[in-house]
Ligand binder design. Structure first.
Ligand code: NAD
Length: 451
């Protein structure tokens, strides 16, 4: 606790020197981060494999490669991003000029989850650095191997007065939360998000919350079903379903349900072979407690494909679950594993009503060839972000702010949004001194009719 207190104080002292606000310093440190990731790339990939057998290809595209692209984009644009942005003048302020200054918050706490342990810690980190902040990182203790490599990499690369990583579980996080930060960026479950927001309220600390939820994949009767099946299968079983934006459940028009189930079953075989247990491209469940929770969810409904489990290696096969009720636990909690319940609807209004019954999902995916239906779904549902005729891929475009709304989160990042989310937008009016109209000053006398 004392060490954490001292660390925060140390960062506060360093931030007060103004060093982190210098453009050259920011660029230099971002380059250091880039080099550190390149240097530790294999170690990080190996650590994720040790944590949950994350396939190397997935580790590259969704973690290392992703962060590398964000770093490149940030280094390319930072000079422009830090410039004060002029805005249009209000006539009443004549003569004047007005600017929005992006001002770093100060000391930031970034708390990460285990499921994309590098991406979800380093992407916010680089945004916070670009914006000129000091940062304390709290990697997830659940991906313990990756947490250790990240902490080592951060120690080797940065002075702790600027960027530090604090490893530990709930108790450590509680000690961190007892400190006063200038901004907290949290990625994790909705339940813990509430804890974070409550403790931040103590100091009115601004929070960004990147949470979860039940993200639907809705498939209309006029969709390209083969394509939908491929894209849903990929998005769902990537990282063994342990993806915040994975399609949580399938809501398919009753006319095409059977065909879609057949096609997804075929895709599972095409992607992972007859026995996904043997596939090098299919990850494992992160720990025993999640394995137990997910195995329990298989006791409801009818298994259409998959359903095999192996506790020793925490393996759960890619599974399609039919005959599921909205009241079943599998439909009451975020699944966060390789189990896809299949529910059906008879008309689009019903599908929309079913989705809107729950919390706002982090993502929504709609498959249809009808522009009219696409517009209806977009207009009538609230969700963080999503895709029409695809899954998960909206994350790849750095020009799309990524985040949830309501139960799925507060605030967004990626690309320029990562810079914005770690900056306070300071609005400043520069007033000319050569003219000072007396109209606003008392005594007001009979000025009202003049307005
Ligand atoms: P989690 O909420 O259990 O843990 C996240 C972090 O909070 C960890 O660092 C953990 O140490 C800390 N923590 C856990 N319990 C705490 C407590 N009681 N007090 C203080 N800190 C605590 O989440 P997780 O299991 O690591 O990740 C899975 C969840 O995260 C899912 O709900 C998923 O949807 C969500 N998620 C969201 C995004 C997103 O970008 N929106 C991305 C990944 C995961």
């Amino acid at each position: 606790m004392l060490r954490i207190q001292q660390l925060v104080q140390k960062q506060r002292t360093f931030f007060a020197t103004g060093k982190t606000k210098e453009l050259d310093f920011r660029k230099e440190q971002l380059l250091q981060l880039q080099q550190a990731i390149r240097k530790h790339e294999q170690e990080l990939i190996d650590a994720m494999y040790a944590d949950f057998r994350k396939p190397e290809f997935e580790s590259f595209i969704s973690e290392i490669g992703f962060v590398e692209l964000e770093l490149k984009l940030t280094l390319k644009n930072i000079e422009n991003w830090v410039k004060p942005k002029p805005v249009k003048e209000a006539l009443l302020n004549f003569p004047s000029r007005s600017y929005v200054y992006s001002s770093p918050y100060g000391i930031n706490l970034i708390i990460g989850p285990w499921n994309y342990p590098i991406n979800l810690l380093i992407t916010p980190l680089l945004g916070a650095m670009a914006a000129g902040n000091c940062i304390i990182l709290k990697p997830s203790e659940i991906a313990a191997n990756t947490s250790a490599v990240i902490a080592k990499m951060i120690r080797e690369t940065f002075d702790e007065e600027y960027v530090a990583a604090v490893e530990g579980g709930v108790e450590t996080t509680q000690h961190l939360l007892a400190q006063r930060f200038d901004h907290i960026f949290f990625t994790g479950s909705t339940r813990v998000g509430q804890i974070i927001m409550k403790s931040a309220a103590e100091h009115l600390t601004p929070v960004t919350l990147e949470l979860g939820g039940k993200s639907p994949a809705i498939v209309a009767e006029d969709a390209d079903l083969e394509l939908a099946a491929r894209r849903i299968t990929w998005g769902k079983f990537l990282n063994a379903g342990q993806t915040c934006v994975a399609p949580d459940y399938l809501l398919v028009h009753e006319q095409v349900k059977e065909e879609l189930v057949q096609l997804i079953t075929q895709c599972i075989t095409d992607f992972y072979g007859d026995d996904p247990d043997k596939s090098p491209d299919f990850a494992r469940i992160i720990n025993d407690s999640h394995y137990e929770r997910l195995s329990g969810l298989l006791r409801q409904g009818t298994i259409r494909t998959g359903g095999q489990t192996d506790a020793k290696q925490r393996y759960i096969a890619p599974t399609l679950l039919d005959q599921v009720d909205w009241e079943h636990p599998v439909m009451q909690e975020e699944i966060f594993g390789p189990i896809l319940p299949v529910l059906s609807y008879s008309n689009l209004a019903e599908a929309i009503e079913l989705v809107n019954r729950g919390e706002n999902p982090l993502a929504l995916y709609f498959f249809s060839s009808s522009r009219k239906k696409q517009q209806t779904v977009l207009r009538c549902t609230q969700f963080g972000g999503g895709c029409i005729n695809d899954t998960v891929s909206h994350l790849v475009n750095p020009n799309l702010p990524f985040g949830g709304v309501g139960g799925s989160g507060v605030g967004s990042y990626h690309g320029k949004s990562s810079f914005n989310v770690f900056s306070h937008q300071k609005s400043v009016l520069h007033r000319g001194t050569w003219l000072d109209l007396p109209l606003r000053y008392p005594p007001y006398q009979n000025r009202l009719p003049l307005l």
